[in-house]
Ligand binder design. Structure first.
Ligand code: FAD
Ligand code: MLT
Ligand code: ZN
Length: 472
């Protein structure tokens, strides 16, 4: 059977694009965090939508499960195969054509394997901003961004990947190509198939291309780091910026003292320019299409008001682009610093801003009481109510042993608190294989059953990324 499959796939792809040797497959078999490792019959590397369609048809005929993969930077194990060795990985990385930049329509049509940073650069060459931005942008791909509905640091102003997507091309579970490559801002022709595929993590179809929105490039950007003492003044500060700067506010990221302790330890060259390790360091960015002076004066005026009303205790405005970049590097290196420290227990959650103060104070207290000495590495996209509320064992305690004994109860404690606050257990990273049980427990019975019905309707043989998102 396996041999049959490989012979038939040889009629679709040149043998150099069918990886079967262990050494060739290895880079595709483990996720970015080294949390999951699987086995695969082969890694397939098509270069056109027609090849993807032919592969899916073959998989449908032979009931072979497919795990789609982009840049393999996902944080929930969605792109990692199971242990059976019978699944195939379908990597989209050779599909990297930019099909068109439509200047009048302010859109870009491109294939799933385009790397996010390359898209940003190509858009900028034409005077446009492609606003999706995240720490993994040098290697994640637009197909993966769409499949996970990635968020990142610009959601506050431009929305998540779903909000940036106007059209899609998708290979369905029976190997047909759905051409939904329309660059329309309005289209009410029945059920929204595009929005169904966005965020489906490879379980409903293979995204092969997309039409994405572009925006004018801002001509001036000002970035500041400010110190706050508690979460309620941080939220009041966010509201102040939202009122005064409205759509010029493009970033509002929060880093706790404990998060920056990891930066000090693993990337000491990126030290926080704010003195005295404040409880909260907030990175704020304003962007404008008018002169530099306008946005700078606005930023200074808001900071002055915030100082006077004691919402902040200190502030540093980046004096040039390189200092602004260094502020962002410090923020974006928290993930890497955590990885170097050890595999902590990750929670990517959203809480309504009005409940955030309660969530943090109650949850911090509950966890610290149950696990004395525990480290809460809390940071994230505060402007979106999105916390990366991660938990690491006390200094000196082995991560593996701590996680093995406490992973489930720690998750359950935090996710119960999330539910009490009417939040979500996955803000932007998705579900993958990491959060299947938690999704079932917290999504709600009706919603979970509806999701299963959609999966069965679109993938009746269950060949697309089985046991990801749902346990089927
Ligand atoms: P992969 O990891 O390859 O795949 C992710 C999922 O999508 C899998 O389920 C896979 O099967 C499916 N998939 C991939 N391509 C396709 C396709 N063409 N069709 C159908 N299904 C497909 N995420 C955020 O949201 N915000 C952040 O700020 C953020 N920062 C990060 C920082 C770092 C340092 C790292 C390592 C990750 C970060 N992530 C973040 C997570 C990750 O980068 C995103 O989830 C990203 O969108 C994944 O893209 P990828 O191409 O690597 O997808
Ligand atoms: C981030 O905001 O830095 C990312 O989502 C990655 C992470 O949560 O570690
Ligand atoms: Zn994030």
């Amino acid at each position: 059977m396996n041999q049959d499959f490989l012979i038939q796939v040889g009629a679709i792809l040149d043998s150099k694009y069918v990886l079967t040797e262990d050494a060739d497959k290895a880079p595709y078999l483990t996720d970015w965090r080294n949390r999951f490792t699987g086995r695969a019959l082969a890694v397939l590397l098509p270069s056109t939508s027609a090849e993807v369609a032919a592969i899916v048809k073959l998989c449908a005929n032979t009931k072979t499960a497919i795990v789609p993969q982009g840049g393999n930077t996902g944080l929930c194990g969605g792109a990692t195969p199971d242990q059976s060795g019978k699944q195939v990985i379908l990597s989209l990385k050779r599909m990297k054509q930019i099909r068109e930049i439509d200047v009048a329509n302010q859109t870009i049509s491109l294939e799933a394997g385009c790397i996010l940073q390359t898209i940003q650069e190509k858009a900028a060459e034409k005077g446009f901003l492609f606003p999706l931005s995240l720490g993994a942008e040098g290697s994640c791909m637009i197909g993966g961004n769409l499949a996970t509905n990635a968020g990142g640091t610009n959601v506050l102003r431009y929305g998540s990947t779903r909000d940036l997507c106007l059209g899609l091309e998708v290979v369905t579970a029976n190997g047909e190509i759905w051409n939904g490559m329309k660059g329309l801002r309005k289209d009410n022709t029945g059920y929204d198939l595009r929005d169904l595929y966005v965020g489906s993590e490879g379980t409903l179809g293979i995204i092969t291309a997309a039409v994405m929105k572009l925006y004018p490039l801002p001509i001036s950007q000002w970035t500041t780091l400010v110190a706050t003492q508690d979460i309620s003044s941080t939220i009041a500060l966010l509201n102040l910026f939202q009122q005064r700067a409205t759509s010029l506010l493009t970033g509002f990221e929060m880093m706790t003292k404990e998060s920056l302790t990891l930066i000090d330890k693993h990337f000491p060259q990126m030290a926080n320019p704010l003195k005295g390790s404040p409880p909260f360091t907030i990175l704020i960015e304003l962007s404008d299409h008018e002169s530099e002076d306008h946005v700078k004066q606005l930023l200074e005026a808001i900071l002055e008001e915030a100082l006077e009303s004691e919402l902040i205790t200190d502030a540093v405005i980046a004096s040039n682009l390189s200092q602004a970049n260094s502020f962002w590097h410090m923020r974006e290196h928290i993930t890497l610093a955590q990885a170097q420290e050890g595999a902590n227990l990750k929670h990517d959650i959203t809480i309504p801003l009005s409940a955030l103060d309660r969530f943090i104070s109650e949850t911090d207290a509950l966890i610290k009481a149950k696990y004395p000495g525990i480290r809460i590495i809390n940071f994230g996209h505060l402007g979106d109510g999105n916390l990366h509320y991660n938990v690491a064992p006390p200094e000196g305690v082995d991560f593996k042993a701590f996680n093995a004994a406490n992973e489930k109860p720690v998750h359950e404690l935090i996710y119960s608190q999330v539910e009490l606050c009417n939040g979500s257990i996955s803000a932007e990273h998705g579900v993958g294989q990491l959060k299947i049980d938690e999704l079932r427990a917290h999504k709600g019975e009706v919603a979970h059953e509806l999701m299963k019905s959609i999966k069965k309707a679109l993938d009746p043989q269950n060949i697309l990324n089985p046991r990801k998102v749902l346990s089927i």
